[in-house]
Design a protein. Sequence first.
Length: 716
Amino acid sequence: MTTPRLSPSESTQERVDNFYGSDVFSRRIMRQRLPKDVYRSLLRTIDLGEPLDPKAADVVAATMKDWAIENGATHFTHWFQPLTGLTAEKHDSLISPDGQGGVVFNFSGADLVQGEPDASSFPSGGLRATFEARGYTAWDPTSSAFLMRGENNVTLCIPTAFVSWTGEALDTKIPLLRSMEALSKQAMRVLRVFGKADGVARVFTTVGPEQEYFLVDRDLYFRRPDLLTSERTLIGAKPPKGQQLEDQYFGTIPPRVLAFMAEAENELYRLGVPVKTRHNEVAPGQYEIAPLFEMSQIASDHQMLIMETLKRVATRHGLTALLHEKPFAGVNGSGKHNNWSMATDTGVNLLDPQEETHTNLQFLVFLCAVIRAVDLHADLLRASIASAANDHRLGANEAPPAIISIFLGSMLTDILEQVEKGLPKRTLRGGTLDLGATTLPQLPRHSGDRNRTSPFAFTGNKFEFRAVGSSASIAWPNTVLNTIVAESLDYIATELERSLGPRATPQKRQQATLALLKKLIRQHKRVLFDGDNYSGEWHGEAERRGLPNLRDSVAAFGVMRARKNVEIFRKYGVLSKAEIDSRTHIAVEKYIKQITIESETLAGMARNLVLPAALRHQTVLAQAVSATRSAGVDAADSQQALEEFVGLVAELRRLAAALEQVAAHHDEDPLRHAQHIAQRVRPAMAALRAVVDQLESQVAADLWPLPTYRDLLFLK
Ligand code: ADP
Ligand code: MG
């Protein structure tokens, strides 16, 4: 495989043009290669959502195929995101022999626009019985086709939506696109009230997701059955040096890791994924990669590519990338900070407070729309990030708790307090930070302080939803966010339109807006909290405020059935009742399957790896006792140590059997089964693990059969 690299002989612009996005069938390439009328027609589809002319599709397909073949592609695939939470592909060759010494091309407009994978193997959550296993993939022209390069293979990937033959969404992309349309429609109404809709065709939501992950040595990874089956360690005593020294965060990146990062970024650039930052994270062996923000559906596709690329490239460097939320107990887990905002297609960020924020009523309206949405639908946001893996992380001392609240910072909190009392008169300034040395620049201090403990924080010109899990697709949390904010904007637009009528003076608009803001703040300020979300007091305080606290995923899955939640998705055309039910069903099944696999793996490791090692160690201890005694020395101490150890081994046997027993329980009703797992199986796993970890700290190092935390976390 030849990988083009940035070459120093090119000008900067050429380098960027020839390299960045060089594996994407981008607008630039389409403009160069497509006939003008076809290009224009396609842009109308991409930018304005108009249906695509089938004749244009044939031309686009032929051009795309030529471009792909010139770049080494031999196959094409529709690339989609079924409800497994992963991506799926089925490759077809672009060319086949025609039997007369020539070739035929297997890629027409129809091949581009529609595919029919065997849908029966993808989860549908009961939407489609297996015997009617028809599902279609439909080209999403808003997301660019791209080339996926592997060893000796290049595949043209066409981003598609995946839908059942009855029209129900079977993927994560369709509802996301629907939610963006819903939000756009309502946001446009609000802009019209403020006289700011002229020249604006649409409002988008934008997302910049920060991805945390761990890297472990690949050889060690293969020696840990738990990492292999579950992507997390199910046992493992804490190393003496964990993250206590806090010397890892932003520390120097080790050379092998840096080589990996550079190659992963290289590949992502070619795919047009605008990755920007990389650094060490808090835990040893933990890292982060973050792209620039993009329109939500593009950001979501690109996020999937980031996860795949990290996985794929890591193996080439003898590493394995762990995207799991909690690969190691006792050190930080991984999340995906979902930075989210709304912007017009003319490039105005609607959550930018600007200089004189207290006079910026339009901003305050969009801000309060989000506050209202999060307060009314905190349960849905919580449910949108529920998974077995994320349960290990949320509310532990490293990630926001399961109580959803909003951090605003002192500047905005002050303005909202002013609005509540009357006419807001001032915007607090951050001022400058004098570093005390004249050679250093004076840094402007942001007036929005930072709060790392909030699950939903305003960070200057966007909100950051921090509870999203590191292995999760961001499509679903963003679908929920867009939908609930669309509902708030609808409410606000309706209120303002009603009180203002068609020809309101600016003065009247100001009055009506302030009155509405006051009402919104009063009703929803209980969701605002700038303090320490990790503290015990907050849990009590949140309860007094009546905020929901859905402690684990099983509790959160249930809220998807609530009438309010079914209704909001229906009203804004995002998901039907059947589609919601199917998604919930799949989430619950996934929870059950994951923990069942984990409990079986853990019991197996306890019996087949830990127990034999412990018995060997026990033999060594016993031999030491008799050898000591036959040497005529008092062996009381050794005898006691042996007895205690034998007790631990008996405990190991007992707890392994206890786990196997509770894990064997099955319930026909998936939610009840999941409850059983949360209440019985997980505690049994924790109890068994505690004994195993105790054994690990006692068994001779040369007898311990598994790579330890120290090996996994510090070998780089
Ligand atoms: P940090 O949160 O670590 O301080 P940044 O402030 O640089 O980092 O931003 C983190 C992420 O937020 C980046 O992916 C960035 O692109 C994204 N971001 C910035 N502005 C917006 C926006 N308007 N909408 C969505 N995401 C944004
Ligand atoms: Mg951030």
